[in-house]
Design a protein around this ligand. Structure first.
Ligand SMILES: NC(=O)c1ccc[n+]([C@@H]2O[C@H](COP(=O)([O-])OP(=O)(O)OC[C@H]3O[C@@H](n4cnc5c(N)ncnc54)[C@H](OP(=O)(O)O)[C@@H]3O)[C@@H](O)[C@H]2O)c1
Length: 265
């Protein structure tokens, strides 16, 4: 069994990835902004209730939360060590709009070798170039590009130790920039460049970019509100479908790397 760190674990796609990896027996480190929402997600996993969105989270047994205390040099595998430390799920609250603080925030977290790092956190704020204010540009560039870069940099020793796999949840907007999507598309184009550079620089680490189309989640609900349209979850890709593609990429045998996958609804 492996150990996987997931950002955006309280969201639709990240939560569905956590469900699938937990059900397969892996150890998880869940990252989100809110300790309370992370605790709800951890409780849902350990209760085995299986819904795939944060909105579906239900009460369950007390989660095992708090900073990791596992020594990476311990001879037992990372997954065993996390389990022996009190459970297969740990949570760490981090605000990815502040990448300058990530190093200090992670300083006390003794991260075990990581088999995978799934970057699923994301922020969106629609607006034309004419109307988008600097704070919208800054937030999206920080959360969607600078923070994944910094988190990856900080976790590279743990990833190298396990010859791990980094998955970036990108977007169709990372390949095409449409009207009203400039800042988000710029941040996701930057995320693609980050993934491609990392893949070329770290031959022992596999790197995958996943480009979903519109997916039923809190983010899509916000996008539809900003577009002035209705939000019908049934009209969009299920987060669980995106998660299955991500987990398939993670579980691909080492003789191949899934580099880029686009999903259209
Ligand atoms: N939904 C779509 O249509 C769609 C399409 C293509 C690509 N994507 C991409 O898919 C990824 C997952 O999105 P989703 O659809 O699952 O949306 P979601 O349900 O809204 O989840 C977004 C996640 O990002 C986290 N997040 C946001 N800002 C953060 C911050 N400053 N610090 C830490 N965490 C933060 C949220 O945590 P909190 O609990 O703290 O809010 C939440 O867990 C994103 O990268 C998004 O760009 C989505």
């Amino acid at each position: 069994m492996g150990t996987y760190l997931i950002t955006g674990a309280t969201g639709g796609i990240g939560g569905a990835v956590a469900d699938l990896l937990y059900d397969a027996g892996h150890a998880l480190i869940l990252v989100g902004r809110s300790a309370e929402r992370l605790a709800e997600t951890a409780a849902r996993l350990t209760a085995g209730s299986g819904p795939t969105t944060a909105q579906d989270a239900s009460a369950g047994p007390e989660p095992t939360t708090g900073p990791l205390t596992v020594n990476g040099s311990d001879p037992v595998t990372a997954a065993q060590a996390v389990s022996e430390a009190g459970g297969r799920v740990r949570t760490t609250a981090l605000d990815l709009s502040e990448p300058l603080r990530l190093e200090a925030s992670l300083a006390d977290v003794d991260v075990p070798p990581l088999d995978g790092l799934v970057h699923s956190a994301g922020a969106v704020e629609l607006g034309t170039v004419a109307e988008s204010q600097p704070d919208a540009w800054i937030e999206q560039l920080l959360v969607n590009a600078a923070a994944p870069a910094e988190l990856t940099r900080l976790l590279l020793p743990a990833l190298r130790a396990a010859r791990g796999h980094v998955v970036f949840v990108n977007s169709g907007a990372g390949l095409r920039a449409n009207p009203g999507w400039g800042a988000y598309a710029a941040s996701k184009h930057a995320l693609k460049a980050l993934a491609d550079s990392l893949r070329a620089e770290e031959p022992e680490i596999r790197v995958t970019s996943v480009y979903p189309g519109r997916t039923a989640s809190g983010m899509q609900r916000k996008v539809r509100a900003q577009e002035g349209g209705e939000y019908d979850p049934a009209a969009y890709i299920s987060p669980r479908t995106v998660a299955r593609v991500i987990v398939n990429a993670l579980m691909t045998p080492r003789d191949a790397t899934v580099t880029d996958v686009s999903l259209r609804g």
